[in-house]
Write a protein that binds this ligand. Structure first.
Ligand code: HEC
Ligand code: HEC
Ligand code: HEC
Ligand code: HEC
Ligand code: HEC
Ligand code: HEC
Ligand code: HEC
Ligand code: HEC
Ligand code: HEC
Ligand code: HEC
Ligand code: HEC
Length: 421
């Protein structure tokens, strides 16, 4: 309130000192504007919201646009006092390239349709406090950027209004390995929102040009994880994706997107087995039947999981000599954990399917034998028990009848005895 009064008094003074007719647009210096807008408290109402009209002169002069005059941006103002509505600033007049790219992005398109929620230049960069992008005070400096996007993408209400499938990307991201590396370890090279989505070119994932469109995900992650990318593109999965497969996995199918965890965490190590199994159902089922599979079902990770035998990124067919499960390499794959393994040991099938006669004839007949044996044993002992029960029942009944008969005849005899004798 007090500040408001100061602001308005300042403004009135300025109106007296700088008589309107004595200023042309050229001579309107920053000091003139700041004589009214430099004092805290000046504000106006727009769309029911209170907009502060105060400009922090010190911060502005330190900003990247400090050397510019107010009018280089507010070019709509021609005289003092100016009207109540001033033309909106067009950053694109000086920054043509970012503007061109932005206009094609999801934010730019939504904004040009009049969507007030969509990010504009000043939502991401600020207005009078814009700093070079590598200055720690910049809103788009890596350490500050998640918060800048998070103002909107941490708001579930906004996501609902715009049907954005990821409701709170900010929160999820901050708990991920990348978010922690950035915010806790201050690691500037960790992925932040713009490393994966871009800045001015952000597009929804369904757009083929989007950096997070399925087909582009590997190269987006690969800008930093170059070693992994090379291995991945050499694998059956990477090859299939290159050939246009829509079902082969990309990085985020196995690692998730905003929740990426360190691969050493026990939870992830168990989840990845299920994840392979969403596409390889049969392999998961047969794996679950083996010793390794039953142990991981119980939640222990010491035994072999899919990736311990197949590898993680360079997964190849068994017929490929370079594969970790090719006949030539299989023994050494088992030896990672079973140092005494030999060719004989490696005969043990990690996907033994006793219902598949063609591939596992030995197992098939062994299973039939075991089943027959089991049924035989149950049938024999079942019958035995039944007959035993039958005999016991007959005996009990017979015994009871006999006792009844003797008791009856005893009573007959006792009738003849005089009572009390
Ligand atoms: C005499 C005091 C005074 C001076 C000098 C002055 N302004 Fe203002 N300015 C105001 C007032 C009062 C408002 C609020 C207008 C309203 O809501 O009616 C305002 C509003 C604004 C707005 C917001 C307009 C909108 O559309 O919401 C901008 C931008 C602005 N001034 C820029 C400038 C610039 C740039 C200069 C220097 C060339 C300047 N002002 C000089 C008093 C002043
Ligand atoms: C780099 C461009 C730029 C420069 C230089 C600049 N402004 Fe602004 N100013 C903006 C933007 C962007 C807005 C937000 C409203 C809009 O988009 O028109 C704004 C808004 C304002 C507002 C209204 C408050 C608001 O949030 O709507 C005032 C008052 C204002 N500026 C005063 C000044 C004064 C005084 C100077 C010089 C000291 C100045 N501006 C220099 C870009 C600039
Ligand atoms: C969604 C947030 C966002 C919006 C909207 C946005 N920017 Fe940027 N801008 C960034 C980020 C992040 C960077 C950091 C560099 C990078 O990653 O490309 C950046 C960098 C810049 C740079 C310096 C690097 C370069 O590309 O020249 C300029 C200038 C710039 N932006 C101007 C603009 C202008 C002008 C607009 C509006 C037309 C705008 N930005 C809209 C996020 C945004
Ligand atoms: C009158 C021309 C002009 C206008 C209008 C203008 N800028 Fe600038 N901007 C410059 C100049 C000059 C620089 C400093 C030179 C450079 O580094 O490119 C600059 C630098 C920047 C930078 C830092 C670039 C970097 O490489 O670190 C960003 C970000 C930026 N402007 C964003 C904006 C935004 C957002 C707006 C609109 C609110 C805007 N500019 C309006 C002229 C302008
Ligand atoms: C001022 C609020 C705001 C800011 C800041 C903002 N966004 Fe957005 N964003 C939106 C809105 C609103 C939409 C939905 C536009 C629509 O409905 O077409 C959107 C859409 C998106 C989409 C596409 C979602 C979809 O519908 O498929 C992505 C991705 C996205 N933003 C990422 C970012 C990133 C990354 C940043 C920071 C660099 C950012 N946004 C900053 C408001 C914002
Ligand atoms: C490691 C890369 C990465 C980082 C970091 C990241 N994202 Fe994403 N984001 C993606 C991918 C990939 C998708 C596509 C989702 C999918 O395929 O399931 C996505 C989807 C989204 C969507 C929904 C878009 C759509 O079209 O469905 C929004 C909104 C979003 N991200 C915002 C953000 C924000 C805000 C941040 C920072 C706080 C961020 N993201 C950080 C990779 C990332
Ligand atoms: C088929 C599932 C799958 C796909 C697709 C996949 N990964 Fe992995 N990733 C894994 C597994 C499993 C591990 C853990 C390996 C281990 O425990 O030794 C892993 C480990 C990692 C690691 C940690 C380093 C390491 O090797 O231990 C990084 C980084 C990584 N992946 C990034 C990526 C990137 C980037 C992509 C896309 C180019 C990708 N991953 C695609 C399953 C996958
Ligand atoms: C801007 C560079 C960058 C991009 C882009 C990036 N990452 Fe990372 N990522 C890192 C850094 C740096 C770390 C190490 C963080 C740490 O160790 O604290 C990391 C860690 C990881 C880890 C954990 C590795 C481990 O040792 O457990 C995985 C998994 C991972 N990233 C996957 C991805 C995936 C998937 C994508 C794409 C959706 C991606 N990354 C995009 C930089 C990036
Ligand atoms: C999103 C689905 C998906 C996920 C998740 C997935 N895969 Fe695959 N995988 C495929 C597809 C599709 C192919 C077939 C590629 C082709 O034939 O060109 C394949 C091929 C394979 C092959 C070669 C099969 C053969 O015929 O010899 C192996 C081995 C394999 N995957 C193992 C794994 C492992 C291990 C994991 C988990 C770390 C995994 N996959 C996760 C879809 C998936
Ligand atoms: C102990 C090592 C080991 C483990 C653990 C393992 N595999 Fe295998 N996998 C093999 C070997 C060896 C072959 C090739 C011989 C065969 O089919 O039995 C194979 C074959 C495959 C094939 C090709 C199947 C086909 O029909 O040609 C796929 C797909 C596969 N595994 C996926 C998985 C998945 C998914 C998991 C985890 C749920 C997994 N594997 C766990 C060793 C393993
Ligand atoms: C990641 C480590 C790991 C890998 C790789 C691995 N195993 Fe195992 N496996 C174990 C552990 C741990 C046990 C639990 C029993 C033990 O401690 O020896 C086990 C148990 C077994 C058992 C049942 C118990 C026994 O010792 O007789 C068989 C059979 C077996 N593994 C076969 C294989 C074969 C064949 C391969 C190679 C295709 C293989 N394993 C690869 C860790 C592994």
């Amino acid at each position: 309130m007090k500040q408001g009064v100061v602001g308005w008094v300042g403004m009135l003074l300025a109106m007296v000192v700088f008589a309107p007719e004595s200023y042309s647009a050229q001579s309107l210096s920053n000091e003139i504007c700041l004589s009214c807008h430099g004092a805290p408290g000046l504000e106006k109402k727009r769309d029911g919201k209170t907009i502060p009209l105060h400009v922090d002169a010190g911060r502005f002069s330190r900003s990247v646009h400090g050397p510019l005059g107010c009018l280089s941006c507010h070019s709509g103002i021609k005289e003092i006092p100016h009207g109540p509505e001033v033309k909106r600033v067009q950053c694109g007049l000086c920054h043509a390239e970012p503007y061109k790219v932005y206009a094609q992005s999801i934010h730019g398109k939504a904004s040009s349709k009049g969507d007030k929620d969509a990010a504009t230049c000043d939502d991401c960069h600020g207005t009078h406090d814009i700093f070079p992008i590598n200055n720690p005070d910049s809103r788009v400096y890596p350490l500050n950027l998640p918060r800048t996007c998070g103002v909107c993408h941490g708001d579930p209400e906004l996501a609902k209004r715009h049907r954005i499938p990821v409701v709170n990307a900010y929160q999820l991201y901050m708990d991920s390995i990348h978010g922690r590396a950035l915010s806790k370890s201050g690691l500037l090279v960790a992925a932040h929102c713009s490393s994966c989505h871009g800045s001015h070119e952000i597009r929804p994932k369904r757009d083929p040009e989007s950096k997070v469109n399925r087909t582009n995900v590997p190269s987006t992650c690969g800008t930093c994880h170059a070693g992994v990318l090379a291995e991945y593109f050499g694998s059956v999965h990477g090859q299939a994706v290159k050939d246009g497969s829509a079902v082969a996995p990309v990085c985020v199918d196995c690692h998730t997107t905003h929740e990426i965890r360190r691969v050493e965490t026990p939870l992830w190590k168990l989840e990845i087995v299920k994840e392979c199994g969403t596409c390889h159902r049969e392999s998961l089922r047969t794996y679950r039947d083996t010793f390794h599979g039953q142990v991981t079902t119980l939640g222990f990770i010491r035994v072999a999981r899919c990736s311990d035998c197949h590898g993680s990124h360079r997964i190849l067919r068994a017929s490929d000599p370079l594969s970790s499960i090719s006949p030539k390499n299989l023994v050494s794959t088992c030896q990672k954990c079973h140092p005494k393994a030999n060719a004989n040991f490696a005969q043990f099938s990690p996907h033994a399917d006793f219902t598949d006669k063609e591939r596992n004839p030995g197992l098939y007949y062994a299973a039939i034998f075991m089943k027959t044996l089991l049924i035989g044993v149950f049938a024999f002992f079942g019958l035995h028990t039944f007959l035993w029960l039958l005999r016991s029942t007959i005996e009990i009944w017979g015994g009871r009848k006999r006792r009844q008969a003797t008791e009856d005849s005893d009573e007959e005899e006792n009738k003849d005895e005089p009572p009390g004798s």
